[in-house]
Design a protein around this ligand. Structure first.
Ligand code: AMP
Length: 291
C-alpha cells in the first residue's frame, strides 16, 4: 500500500494506473476510521481495480478551530486497517500542501441544498466540503467515489456537485453502519462519556419512533418532529434540529412521504451527532432494536 503525503506524489503514483486504464475507487475520509468507513472501503475494493482512500482533516469545513483541533486522529491504526482491507494507496493530506498559501476559490452550494439541516447552523461547512472534494476529484479523477448515507446532506450535495459541474464520476451511497444497539458509528463517538454514549441512543430510537408514527398514519412533519425532539430532550440531548426533507432537493416538507428523509442533529455533552433515515422503513434496512 502506497502512503502519499503530497499532491505531487499522489499524482505520480496514479500515473501507471491511469495508463493501464484501471478503474479507480475513491473513499474520502477525515480518518479516525471505524467500521462505517470500512464499509465504504470494502465496496470500493470489490468494485474497482484500484482503491485509494484519503485521510485529511479538512480545516476549511470546521466552524470552530477548537472542533478542528479536538477532532480525533489515529493515523497508525488507520493505515494498519487500510492495509488489511487491501487498499492500494492512501493520501495523508497536509493542510499547507493541499491548500496553496493564497487559496481564493471556493465551491459554494446554494439554495435549498444548504438552507436546512446542518447548512442552517454550520455556515461555511459545506463550502469547505464541496471545495476539498472538487480538489480531490480533480487530482485523483476517480471512476467511482463512495459516501455514507449517515451524512445525508453531504451525500446529496456531492451528487449535485457531480451533476451540476459535469464531473464524470459515479457517486456510490453506502447505508449507515451502526453499533449493535443502534447508535450510528461516527469518529466523534470516541469523545462521548459513557453517560452521554447511553443518552445518544435517543437518536436512533427517535428515528424508529418516526417510522412507527408514520406507519401509524401520522404524516404531519410538525407533529413527527415534535415527538422526536421530546424523546431526545428527555434522554438528556440538546436538539440542534429535527427536520423532514425531500431526499433530492432537501427542501422541508410539510407532510412526510415514504421516501422523505428525517434527519436529526443533537448535542450530547459537547459532542454534536447526526443521524437520519427514510420515513418508510420498507424502503431501507430497518434500524436495529436497542436492548
Ligand atoms: P468522515 O471521515 O466522517 O468525513 O466520513 C467519511 C465518509 O464515511 C463519509 O462519506 C461518511 O458519510 C462515511 N461514514 C461515516 N460514518 C459512517 C457510518 N456509520 N456508516 C456509513 N458511512 C459512514
Amino acid at each position: 500500500m502506497k502512503v502519499l503525503k503530497t499532491k505531487q506524489s499522489l499524482t505520480q503514483a496514479l500515473e501507471p494506473w491511469r495508463s493501464e486504464s484501471a478503474s479507480l475507487g475513491f473513499v474520502p475520509t477525515m480518518g479516525a476510521l471505524h467500521p462505517g468507513h470500512f464499509a465504504l472501503v470494502e465496496q470500493a475494493t470489490q468494485n474497482n481495480d484500484k482503491t485509494i482512500v484519503s485521510l485529511f482533516v479538512n480545516p476549511t469545513q470546521f466552524d470552530h478551530a477548537s472542533d478542528f483541533e479536538s477532532y480525533p486522529r489515529d493515523l497508525e491504526a488507520d493505515l494498519e486497517g487500510l492495509r488489511k482491507a487491501g487498499v492500494d494507496a492512501v493520501f495523508v493530506g497536509q493542510s499547507d500542501d493541499v491548500y496553496s498559501p493564497h487559496h481564493s476559490f471556493w465551491v459554494v452550494p446554494e439554495g435549498e441544498l444548504v438552507a436546512n439541516l446542518c447548512g442552517r447552523t454550520r455556515g461555511l461547512h459545506f463550502r469547505g466540503v464541496a471545495t476539498i472534494l472538487l480538489k480531490l476529484f480533480n487530482i485523483i479523477r476517480p471512476t467511482q467515489a463512495y459516501f455514507g448515507e449517515k451524512d445525508f446532506q453531504q451525500l446529496t450535495i456531492v451528487r449535485r456537485l457531480v451533476k451540476d459541474l459535469d464531473l464524470s464520476i459515479k457517486v456510490v451511497a453506502v447505508p449507515t453502519v451502526r453499533d449493535l444497539d443502534g447508535l450510528a458509528l461516527a469518529s466523534r463517538n470516541r469523545r462521548l462519556t459513557p453517560e452521554n454514549r447511553r443518552a445518544a441512543l435517543a437518536l436512533s430510537q427517535s428515528l424508529r419512533l418516526a417510522k412507527a408514527l408514520f406507519a401509524g398514519g401520522e404524516t404531519l412533519s410538525d407533529q413527527l418532529c415534535k415527538a422526536l425532539k421530546v424523546h431526545i430532550e428527555n434522554a438528556g440531548g440538546r436538539v440542534d434540529y429535527v427536520e423532514i426533507v425531500d431526499p433530492t432537493t432537501l427542501a422541508l416538507v410539510k407532510h412526510g412521504r415514504a421516501e422523505s428523509r428525517v434527519a436529526i442533529a443533537a448535542f450530547f455533552g459537547d459532542v454534536r451527532l447526526i443521524d437520519n433515515c427514510q420515513l418508510d422503513s420498507s424502503l431501507d434496512s430497518p434500524l436495529p432494536q436497542s436492548s
